[in-house]
Design a protein around this ligand. Structure first.
Ligand SMILES: Cc1cc2nc3c(=O)[nH]c(=O)nc-3n(C[C@H](O)[C@H](O)[C@H](O)COP(=O)(O)OP(=O)(O)OC[C@H]3O[C@@H](n4cnc5c(N)ncnc54)[C@H](O)[C@@H]3O)c2cc1C
Length: 417
């Protein structure tokens, strides 16, 4: 008797139905790490990734939609995150980086973004852009004052580079100025989009010296007279991140708070180089989170008497998404390895940012499509990924600018105008 006949006999006798039904329900758990890349990293790296995964599900997932609707960052998350001691997985006490800092940072970002990209952005701005500015540009005294507090999440930093009139071109046309006046500097201008700045203890402000034209960096402490932060309202992406419009009106900052080791724009670029891989990882996490939600939904949602995962066109979406996620994850793991082994050039980070941001956008759109109308409801998760992908696409170097960086590297010809 073959399987089919056995099935028919069981059905006729009314036996085995439950077992078969049970077998049917045992569907694979959604898993975006299809090639088991997490098995290729060190035990410590995997351990940290899993800790972040647990933290995101326990502490962030239950409150993220409420805070998304409130357009607000949950300040209590800082205290909840402290026991993970994540910054010390990336940085040493003296501001040098751990040997595997970029891989570690990437995995932290991946796991955070699978649940909520905004949480990863809070971390990336503080532990990446702000921390690196002090670590690379600060004197020994400045590092001693700020880094321990930053490692402990007792002092939160922000990074003020972009201006209302200058995003992509900020290196060439910085309008915020600084002028030496006795033992202080006078800062004037505006900075736009500055993440964490509405509640940070300080913001690193980059400004052009009116006399020498050189770019300088300053630690501007919250509450300094002449330093005003307005929260940017009405964002349709990353609503849990608080972005500020900073206005500096004859803001006096003591020379002691000028980052003493900044060597002009070169230091700013070094900071951005350190953090660009992290943004590429945001795309991987955002896409992977959306993919896993879509697989689960396709296993649960029924139409025409079947799970929608049984439809070929839905499987086509899922497989396309999985291909994207797998290639993005592989690329970023290699990129981070190259960064940690001093092999990464700007164009490697730029290609990874261009590729992952575009594939992320494509993946979250397909995931949203799998959800049908339910895909635009916040409660189903995928809508937040869909929206957040738009911010990933544009910051830390737009698609166009990073494309020009890669294009110049591969042709030897600059197409920048
Ligand atoms: C949610 C969010 C958070 C952010 N957080 C921070 C932060 O914490 N700190 C900070 O300093 N900045 C931050 N930014 C700013 C971000 O880095 C800039 O938005 C980004 O650099 C792009 O600048 P822009 O928005 O002014 O666009 P623009 O530079 O005005 O570009 C507009 C369009 O023109 C294209 N373009 C410009 N120049 C060229 C060219 N030469 N050739 C071809 N195309 C070109 C761009 O690619 C883009 O498509 C954030 C932005 C967002 C959206």
């Amino acid at each position: 008797m073959d399987d089919k006949q056995l099935g028919q006999l069981s059905k006729a006798l009314g036996v085995g139905g439950k077992a078969q039904e049970h077998k049917k329900r045992e569907l694979p758990a959604p898993d975006g790490d299809f090639f088991g890349l997490l098995d290729t990293v060190t035990d410590e790296q995997r351990g940290v990734a899993l800790q972040v995964r647990e933290f995101m599900h326990a502490e962030v997932a239950p409150i993220m939609n409420e805070y998304w609707n409130r357009d607000e960052f949950p300040r209590q998350m800082i205290d909840a995150m402290r026991p993970l001691d994540l910054l010390r997985k990336v940085w040493n006490e003296d501001g040098t980086r751990k040997a595997d800092a970029t891989v570690m940072e990437g995995l932290i970002t991946l796991e955070a973004c699978k649940v909520d990209v905004s949480t990863a952005v809070f971390f990336g701005v503080h532990a990446g852009l702000a921390f690196a500015s002090v670590a690379l540009g600060g004197s020994a005294e400045q590092k001693a004052e700020w880094l321990p507090k930053m490692l402990d999440l007792k002092a939160i930093g922000a990074f003020g580079l972009t201006e209302p009139e200058g995003g992509s071109q900020v290196s060439q046309g910085m309008r915020t100025t600084c002028r030496r006046d006795g033992d202080a500097w006078v800062l004037s201008g505006q900075k736009k989009w500055i993440g964490n700045s509405t509640f940070s203890d300080f913001t690193v402000i980059w400004a052009r010296d009116e006399d020498s034209n050189e770019v300088r960096g300053f630690i501007v402490r919250a509450g300094t007279p002449g330093y005003n932060v307005d929260k940017i309202q009405g964002k349709t992406a990353l609503r849990i991140v608080e972005n500020g419009l900073i206005t500096l009106t004859d803001c006096r900052v003591p020379d002691a708070d000028r980052l003493q080791e900044v060597k002009g724009w070169r230091t700013t670029a070094d900071v951005l180089r350190l953090t660009r891989a992290g943004v590429a990882w945001q795309g991987v996490g955002c896409a992977m989170g959306a993919y896993e939600l879509a697989v689960k939904y396709s296993q649960d949602r029924r139409q025409f008497g079947k799970r929608i995962g049984e439809f070929q066109l839905i499987q086509n979406h899922l497989v396309h998404m999985l291909g994207n996620v797998t290639s993005m994850f592989t690329m970023c793991l290699r990129l981070s390895y190259m960064a940690d082994h001093d092999l990464m050039q700007d164009e490697h980070a730029a290609l990874s940012k261009v590729f992952t941001a575009a594939r992320c956008r494509e993946t979250v759109a397909a995931a949203r499509e799998v959800f049908g109308g339910n895909g635009i409801l916040l409660e189903n998760g995928v809508a937040k990924h869909f929206a957040d992908a738009e911010a990933i696409y544009s910051y830390e170097g737009t698609n166009e600018i990073n494309t020009l960086v890669v294009g110049r590297a591969v042709t030897g010809l600059s197409a920048f105008v």
